[in-house]
Write a protein that binds this ligand. Structure first.
Ligand code: SF4
Length: 414
């Protein structure tokens, strides 16, 4: 894809502010490990982070580290190191890249922020709402460091969220409190939890509004921008910094819409991306789509950090609901209706499904969904085979050929 030429783009100014926030986040984790306080909790990306913040933990997200390993293309070197100790090449390549990097004593945080190592966990907190891999991933570190491992087991593949799901999940979250109090050295305070949930709610509302800017024609950002700009919604939700950041970003995007600033010059086609990003190929794919005057304006992946259900009045129950209503937790019929809604609202011309080899949980092309969506919406669909991190599963030439043919098909339909 090296010869493709994409028109120059007007940079999103808020990206600079986001880089500073991320740097502060990692430097504060590093400082905490040097000083022994505050304690550091590792949390899955759609886990009960609000509870951890309310107990005074600094929160670290290994999936964010996994994505960094992918984006820096270090992952492919480290995956075989984890394979060598028995972690299969077929399981989550965030897990294998992260464990492999740990075993090699390396991290992209060194080049990016000057950290010598990843911040060691004082406690590991998972939620299986995404997959079982996160539990096994955290269990590796619990054995390695002899630290507590606690978690929430979410009901999966559900059509609608029922009261008994919420009661169960809220109880499971509450049951983690004694362990977390002991590790943090702080007493649980429901008012602090309410405040954290309130901040997460504000963050998530703003993030939704940001993503909804993609409905504008032309769209002011691309899916590839959003995979970067979502970082504060993942790692800083529950903190005031995330709220302030998304207020500024939203304002900037609204100004771009008013001024007609297009993220893709001469936007001709608008696509939906279903599935994980291919982290090591973000730039190449962004340039390819730009050169084809095609913008990916909406995605399931970036929407995964919209949690409409947060409610400070019912902090445990609303966390349980927010982390269960997720797309990834739901059955095929829910997922199809969800994509249909977004496709209509965003005036989508076609849908790309990324079948990520090591993440069946975020690959929705394996049970006939592309064909059903194509018929139901009268829209072309394309399945790209690849992976989030393991670039051995991705053929750049094959993907380019398929994408170009897909765009020609869209051109013919116009
Ligand atoms: S959902 Fe997929 S990418 Fe995320 S942790 Fe699980 S297997 Fe890995």
């Amino acid at each position: 894809m090296s010869e493709q030429s994409a028109a120059p783009r007007k940079a999103i100014v808020a990206t600079g502010e986001m880089k500073r926030l991320m740097s502060d986040h990692f430097l504060s984790l590093d400082q905490a490990k040097k000083e022994g306080r505050p304690k550091v909790a590792w949390c899955t990306s759609v886990g009960p982070a609000e509870l951890l913040h309310s107990l005074g933990f600094l929160v670290y997200y290994p999936e964010n580290h996994g994505a960094l390993l992918g984006a820096t293309r270090m992952a492919t070197d480290f995956i075989p190191v984890a394979n060598a100790i028995g972690y299969s090449p077929d399981i989550c390549s965030y897990l294998t890249a992260d464990v492999g990097a740990y075993l090699k004593g390396q991290t992209p945080l060194t080049n990016a922020y000057g950290l010598a190592t990843i911040p060691k966990a004082d406690v590991l907190v998972y939620n299986t709402n995404q997959c079982r891999d996160v539990q096994d991933w955290f269990a590796f570190y619990a054995r390695e460091w002899n630290v507590p491992l606690v978690g929430v087991h979410t009901h999966r593949n559900i059509k609608s969220v029922k009261e008994h799901h919420i009661t169960d999940l809220a109880t499971q979250i509450k049951q983690m409190v004694p362990t977390l109090e002991e590790v943090s050295g702080n007493k649980f305070d429901v008012d602090r939890l309410r405040e954290t949930v309130r901040l997460s709610l504000e963050c998530t509302k703003l993030w939704r509004q940001v993503l909804e800017c993609g409905a504008a024609k032309p769209a002011p950002f691309t899916f590839f921008d959003a995979t970067i700009l979502m970082a504060p919604a993942v790692v800083l939700r529950g903190l005031p910094e995330a709220v302030e950041f998304y207020k500024r970003l939203l304002q900037e995007l609204q100004e771009r819409i008013e001024q007609g600033v297009a993220a893709v010059q001469g936007e001709r086609h608008r696509l939906y991306w279903e599935g994980m990003p291919i982290w090591g190929k973000l730039r190449n794919l962004s340039d390819l789509f730009s050169s084809l005057h095609t913008n990916i304006v909406a995605s399931t992946y970036c929407n995964s950090w919209i949690f409409d259900a947060f409610d400070p009045k019912e902090p445990f129950e609303s966390m349980a609901r927010a982390y269960t209503e997720l797309f990834i937790v739901r059955d095929e019929s829910y997922k199809e209706a969800y994509i249909r809604d977004w496709a209509r609202t965003f005036a989508i011309d076609g849908i790309i499904f990324h079948d990520a080899k090591t993440c069946p949980n975020n690959s929705n092309s394996r049970y006939g969904m592309p064909q059903r969506m194509s018929e139901g919406l009268n829209l072309p669909t394309l399945v790209i085979n690849g992976d989030l991190n393991d670039l051995r599963c991705y053929s750049e030439e094959q993907a380019k050929t398929n994408i170009e043919a897909f765009i020609e098909q869209l051109d013919e339909r116009r």
